[in-house]
Design a protein around this ligand. Structure first.
Ligand code: PMP
Length: 308
């Protein structure tokens, strides 16, 4: 399989050519903002669909605003970049992408010049009926008044990296963060949901979490549609996790990833929960466009082909 080319500031380049200067704020302070996006190959439509691009671009602009980036990018610029990297590589498979805006200037105060790249990557998934063994991290989620998680910048992910490496060293698959108040926040790169006493519950956006697009997809439509119940947004205490019936992470990259145990307490019967499985199946059908509802969420990448 050939190595995908990267779209960088208007050109498709090889991975080796996509380099940044060591003196840039992007390299030294990780002064960047990014989005993780997915495109899904639909075999019967012979089409590649990007999921909820407009929501990703809106959040990307919010991150650039908070970081005071001097050069904004319009939605049209961002759409063109994503389309060009996908069509230019001729993908006919599921693909994950990092859309990254960065500061080339040197020093802590640099806000310009900025650059943009889209890096397509093949990203695996767990096998069916599998899930994660999680722990509560002893690292706290950074708070909104320190390094806000609402801001999706590379530097923020050092918090996740510390927790992930500790979790792995301790024999778990992934950490769950509590925030500075000791309430449940989220995973390293995913939002947290649990089923407790039959209700689908997730922390509010004020619990030091990223304002996740997948979370919004569940809240706005999927939970009601699939389970016939609303999502309850409320603070979650640590010990609730140990007695939850089900839990999962969700995100553009994680999609819906079941959690089987937390701090070695099995959830439910220790297998993928029934509600989690239903949401997972429904989510995959919608993102891939095998379920044709919500067409406004899917951007087709290739010009429509007429089958003969
Ligand atoms: N939290 C964090 C810290 C993340 O990096 C992500 C992935 N973008 C998420 C949650 C899930 O967000 P989304 O559903 O928008 O991908």
């Amino acid at each position: 399989m050939s190595e995908p080319r990267i779209w960088m500031n208007g050109k498709l380049v090889s991975q080796a050519e996509a380099t940044l200067p060591v003196n840039s704020a992007a390299v030294f302070y990780a002064t960047n903002v990014f989005e993780g996006l997915r495109a899904y190959w639909n075999e019967s439509d012979e089409q590649l669909y990007c999921f909820r691009l407009d929501a990703h671009f809106a959040r990307f602009r919010e991150s650039m605003k908070m970081m005071r980036f001097a050069t904004p990018y319009s939605d049209a610029d961002l759409h063109a970049a994503v389309r060009e990297v996908l069509t230019g590589n001729g993908f006919r498979e599921d693909i994950h992408m990092h859309l990254v805006g960065y500061v080339v200037g040197a020093g802590m105060e640099a806000t310009s010049p900025t650059g943009l790249y889209v890096n397509p990557r093949r990203r695996g998934r767990l096998t069916e009926n599998d899930g994660l063994k999680c722990c509560i991290s002893s690292w706290a989620r950074t708070s909104d008044n320190a390094i806000p998680i609402r801001l999706k910048c590379g530097a923020n992910y050092q918090n996740g990296r510390l927790a992930l490496l500790q979790a792995k060293a301790d024999g778990y698959d992934a950490p769950i963060f509590l925030n500075q108040q000791g309430r449940v926040a989220e995973g390293t790169g995913a939002t947290f949901f649990m089923v407790r006493k039959g209700q689908l519950v997730t922390p509010p956006v004020t619990s030091d979490i990223l304002e996740s697009i997948t979370r919004a997809t569940l809240i706005e439509h999927l939970a009601q549609d699939v389970l016939g119940m609303p999502v309850v947004e409320r603070e979650i205490a640590r010990t609730e996790l140990y007695v939850a019936e089900e839990a999962f992470f969700c995100g553009s990259g994680y999609e819906i990833t079941p959690i089987l145990s937390i701090d070695r307490f099995p959830l439910g019967d220790g297998h993928v929960g029934a509600m989690t499985q239903k949401l997972l199946t429904a989510y995959m059908n919608i993102v891939r466009g095998t379920d044709k509802r919500f067409p406004e969420w899917r951007t087709p990448v290739y010009p429509k082909t007429v089958k003969v």
